[in-house]
Design a binder for this molecule. Sequence first.
Ligand code: CA
Length: 704
Amino acid sequence: MKITKTYADSFNKIIILVDKTFEFRSYKLNIKNGTEKMFIISLSIVENAITLKLNRDINIKYYCFMEYENIPYKVEYYSLYSTEEFNKRFFHNTTLGAIYTKERTTFKLWSPPASCVKLILYKKNSPDNFSIDRRIDMNEHNGLWYISIVGDLQQTYYNYQITLYDDSNVVVDPYATGVCVNGLIGVVLDFKRTSPPMWHQDRRIFIEKYTDAIIYETSIRDLSSHESSGVLNKKKFLSLTEKNTKSPQGLSTCLDHILELGVTHIQLMPIFDFSYESIDERYSDKNYNWGYDPQNYNVPEGSYATDPYSPLCRIIELKKMIQCLHENNIGITMDVVYNHVYHGWIRNFQNIFPEYYFRLSKKDTLCNGSGCGNDIASENLMVRKFIIDSVIFWAREYHIDGFRFDLMGLIDIDTMKSIENELHKIDKSIMIYGEGWDLNTALPKYNKSISTNSKVLNNIAFFNDKIRDCLKGSVFDLKEKGFIMGNIHKYEPLKECLTSKYISPEQSINYDSCHDNHTLWDKINLSCNSESMEEKEKMVKLCSTIILTCAGIPFIYSGEEFCRSKQGECNSYNSPDYINSIDWNKKAEFIDIFNHYKKLISIRKCHDLFKIRSSKILLDNLIFINHIPKDILAFIIKDSTGEDPWKMCLIILNIGKKDMHINIPNTKWKLALDSNNVDLSYTLSENRFMIKALSSYILYKGED
Ligand code: CA
C-alpha cells in the first residue's frame, strides 16, 4: 500500500490518501502530535481516503506525524487553516502592528503556531547599522501575540523573533508602516508626525462615477529620469511636485505636462516598498526595476525618497507629492501587488505562519499563477484581513484615490468584494480596478476576480484586453496588425467591444497599451513595414480617438501621446533607464499627436454623452452607420442624460489609405475634431462627407 498524502481538515480528524485501501491495517498506525500519542476513536474509508477521528484535538504548535509500518508521514495542516473551525478558534478581528501612543506602544502579531515570540528593539548605531537593545517576551491569546511597552517609542526600530517548530527566526512586522533603509527592520511611527504642513486639509478628488476618470499610467522613475525632463528631483516622489519644468524645446514636462494633457488620475507603478534585491535603496541608480516585488506592503519605497535612510522622509515626500497632485485636482491610483510577494520575502511570511499565506496546489507546491512563484492565499481569513487592512491604511493615511490590483484574477471574489465595500465606506470616489485575467491557481473559476465574473463584482473595473487587441493586434503576436493598422478582420470584434458586449462600460478600462508589452508606437513599427512615418503617426491618432470616445474608462500609458518608444523591448521590468525613461524631446517632435490627445480629452471631459455607465443605456444610445466601406467605422452616440449641450455626436474613422466619401444621416453637423487639424468653424450643409485616409472626426449636433 502506498500512502500519497496525509492531512488534517479538522482539529480531530486526519485523512490518509492511499492507493489500495484493502491493504490498510489500523494496528500498524501510530500517531504523535509533538511528544503526545494520539488515539483513533473511529475510522471510515471512502474510495481511496481513510478518515481517522482522533481522541483529542491536534495542537498546531507541534508537528503531527502518522507512522505506518514504522515509516513517519507528516500530517499537513494546510487544509485545516481554511476551515470554519480554525477561524472560530484563531481569527482575530483586531488592529495588528505597532499601535503607537505617546505613553505606550502596543505590539500585536498574529501567529497561532508560534511557541514563543519576542519583541526585539534595536539601537541605531549609524544610518544602516543596528544592534539589539532589548528582547522582550510577548504574551499570547489564541494565536495573537501582544505586549505593551511604556514610553514614547517614536522612531524605535523593531522586529519579532518567532520560535515555531523548534526553529527560531527574526521577521519584519508585515504591518510595519515604516522601515529602515532596504526594509529589513520595522520602525514605530506616530503617523500624526509624518504629515507635511496643511495635510489635514488634503482631500481626495471627487468623481461621481468611474467613467468620469481618464487614467494616465506612469512610473515615478521613468517620468523624470531622462535629462530632458528638466526636473531637479529626478526619479523621486518630489519630481511630481515640481512646477514649470520644461523640455529643451521649451515644452512642459512631468506634472505640468500631465495637467496640460488634462487627465484626471495618475496611476503609479509600485510605490510600496519593494525588494532590496531588486533595487538597493542605498545605490538605487545602479539597478533598474519596476518593483513588482513586494516586501513591506504598508511602507513607501525608499529609492523614491531623497533620503532612503530616514524612515520619515519617504512618507513625508510621498504625502507632499499626493498633496500637490490633489491641489491640482489629479487623483492618485496605486498599483498594488497583493497577489504575490518578492520570492525572497516568502520566508518572512513562512516564518510567521508556514503554509498560511500562500496558496498550495494539489501537489502541495506553491501555486504559481502569477509567474512569480507564490500566489497569496487571499481566501484565508487573516490574509484577506491583511490585504483589506493594507488598502484601508493607504486610503486613510495617504488619501489614495484608487487602487489598481495587479493580477486581480488570483484574488478570490469575497476578498475583492470586502475591499470594495470597505473602501467605498471611506469614499465613494475611490476607484477599484485590476487585471482580471484567468490564471492557473488553486481557486475555482467562480471564485476568481476575473472579468468574466464582473457581474458579481459591482464597482470593480477590469482591464479590457479585447479592445486592446482589436485596436493594435495581439500582444503575443508581434506581426499581427490591429484595426488601426488597417486590419479589417478586427472590425466586427471591435464593434462588439464598442457595444460593451463583454463588460459594462463602468467596469471596462479601455486601453491600447500599458507598462506591459510593447508601447503603442513600437507595436505599430513592428507590425507595419511598408507604411511611412506620417501614416504611422496617423494610426496613433486613430487609436486614441477610439479609446477616448468609446464608452468605458480611458487609460493612457505615459508617453504614448508623443510616440514613446522602448526601442522594441516588450518586457522592460529591469531594463536600464535609457530604455524605460520618457524622452521629453519627443514631445516637440510629435506635438501634433500630443495636441490630438489633449483635444480628445478636453472634448470627453466636457460631454457626459461619452460617460455612459451601463450596457443597457449604451445600447439604447449607440447607432452604427451601416452600408459603408469596411475600412470606415462610424457611430453615433446620443445624449441619454438630457444635460449634455450636445444632443448627439458622430465619430468617424477611416483606417484605409484612400480618401472616401460617405453619406451621413441628415445635415447640419458641426465639426468638433478633425485629426488633420483643418479649420473647424464650419457646419456641414450636405449629407455627403469626405473622410480622408487614416483620419478621424468627431461631429456633433447641439450647442457648442
Ligand atoms: Ca525597497
